[in-house]
Write a protein that binds this ligand. Structure first.
Ligand SMILES: Nc1ncnc2c1ncn2[C@@H]1O[C@H](COP(=O)(O)OP(=O)(O)O)[C@@H](O)[C@H]1O
Ligand SMILES: N[C@@H](CC(=O)OP(=O)(O)O)C(=O)O
Length: 419
């Protein structure tokens, strides 16, 4: 069986839904197929904003209406007949979202409430895709991924209970797949007591890999708006090159350093079962794309990766004692408690620096926790540049005209933090 994942860009309009039907019909073949779908376009960002307003007891009505109208317009184009059951189903879901927003109580757990609301994006898109494929003579079953991908209650970044998840998926889905296509949601999981969790922003690639792993898929394909895995993000760089084939290891490192084309957690489950991952263009589905598998190449084109909106935090000891294992222990404990992820770190005799995604609230809490022991400074609005498999040309390209705050290099990887 195969797993296809369609991200936000591939369901952003009525035309995009039609294109999915074309891809499934033309390339899905006779094999069993499970489709994982993300929220339409930038719906998750919109829902985050709506949620934030509702949580802070502010008026969310106009933002809510804007998002609903976007969905209704796509629906109208795909299903012109008002009597089609999809309209009633979506209206129910829109009302359910509104009801959930209205009943958020002041002081409720922010992250838990976030998951209950922001998850609606994938419920909307997968429901539309389910009905649309039916219309297109592609019979399918809508499966609720919250009932299969089981996580703990680490809200907004649920940790998967692999044993339980695999058992549930293996119990039900092979029989369903023998009969029909399956349409399910990316990004979502569920707890044993019935709450929704999310797997971290852009986590739909990871959801697809979980299903692929548990179903022993023969391959997984993520359909994107780019020609495959490129050596840089074409939004920032001209003259990018596509890797026709690349190893799991290279890819996982690129994802770790911030190549946003693939969620970092996606590769491990696939590599563990040697399931090849294809990255293909939904705009040119016949083109080769990239195959990610267990392979090895001596010389790969340097890969350029940019992480925006970085924050460089420096901890200095208050007396002239050195940064010790004990002080590092205190810093790491606080980072772990506050779920602050380190993108790069460096230490000197009396100070220790980390680069992390900027989150004002968490940085303030970090300072509160550690200000007794350290003098803490931070710079924001920075970029982290990484070059994997660098050479002298690629270094010159990146360094030109930049104010560098911190630099680090190993034999294969070069990183700078700059303004
Ligand atoms: N190395 C890379 N190769 C290809 N695309 C990349 C790379 N790094 C970043 N990207 C960006 O990833 C985007 C596709 O990923 P994403 O937006 O997450 O897709 P979706 O949400 O539709 O699944 C591309 O439009 C491109 O700008
Ligand atoms: N919709 C979620 C999950 C996701 O993976 O989306 P996409 O496939 O569009 O990156 C998000 O935006 O975070």
């Amino acid at each position: 069986m195969k797993v296809y994942k369609f991200g936000g860009a591939s369901v952003k309009s009525a035309e995009a839904f039609r294109n999915i039907a074309h891809i499934v019909r033309t390339y899905g073949g006779k094999e069993q197929l499970l489709l994982v779908v993300s929220a339409m376009g930038k719906t998750t960002n919109a829902l985050e904003q709506i949620f934030d307003l509702a949580y802070n007891q502010q008026n969310f009505e106009s933002s809510y209406l804007q998002s609903i109208t976007y969905h209704q317009e796509v629906l109208q184009e795909l299903f012109p007949s008002k009597s089609h059951p999809v309209h009633e189903r979506l209206e129910q879901l829109f009302l359910q979202l509104k009801y959930e927003l209205q009943r958020i109580s002041p002081g409720a757990n922010y992250d838990k409430s976030y998951d209950q609301i922001v998850s609606f994006g994938e419920i909307f898109s997968s429901t539309i895709l389910h009905y649309f494929l039916q219309e297109q003579a592609l019979p399918n079953i809508w499966v609720d991924s919250r009932k299969y991908i089981q996580t703990d209650s680490n809200w907004r970044e649920g940790r998967v209970d692999w044993n339980w998840t695999e058992r549930l998926i293996k119990r039900d889905l092979p029989a369903v797949l023998e009969q029909q296509l399956v349409v399910t949601q990316g990004f979502l999981g569920g707890t044993t007591n019935g709450f929704t969790t999310t797997l971290g922003r852009e986590g739909s690639d990871f959801s697809a890999a979980i299903f692929a792993y548990c179903l022993d898929a023969t391959e997984m394909c993520i359909w994107k708006d780019v020609a495959g895995l490129l050596n840089a993000d074409p939004k920032y760089f001209k003259d990018t090159v596509r890797y026709p084939e690349i190893s799991y290891q290279e890819t996982v490192e690129m994802a770790y350093y911030g190549a946003s084309v693939i969620h970092p957690k996606t590769i491990k489950p696939l590599a563990n079962k040697q399931i090849p991952l294809y990255v293909k263009s939904f705009l040119d589905p016949a083109a080769a794309g990239t195959k990610i598998c267990d392979c090895r190449f001596e010389k790969l084109a340097p890969a350029y990766i940019i992480k925006e909106d970085q924050c460089l935090v420096s901890f200095s000891v208050k007396d002239f004692t050195f940064i010790s294992e004990q002080s590092l222990g205190a810093i790491f404990n606080a980072l772990s408690e506050l779920r602050i992820k380190i993108n790069l770190m460096q230490n000197s005799a009396i100070s220790f620096s980390i680069c992390t995604d900027f989150n004002q609230e968490r940085i303030q809490r970090l300072i509160q926790t550690l200000h007794d022991q350290f003098v803490i400074y931070y710079n924001t609005g920075l970029r982290l540049f990484t070059i994997k498999n660098y050479d002298s040309d690629s270094l010159n390209n990146i360094l030109a005209g930049k104010e560098v705050l911190l630099e680090q290099r190993t034999r294969n990887t070069f990183q700078i933090i700059c303004r």
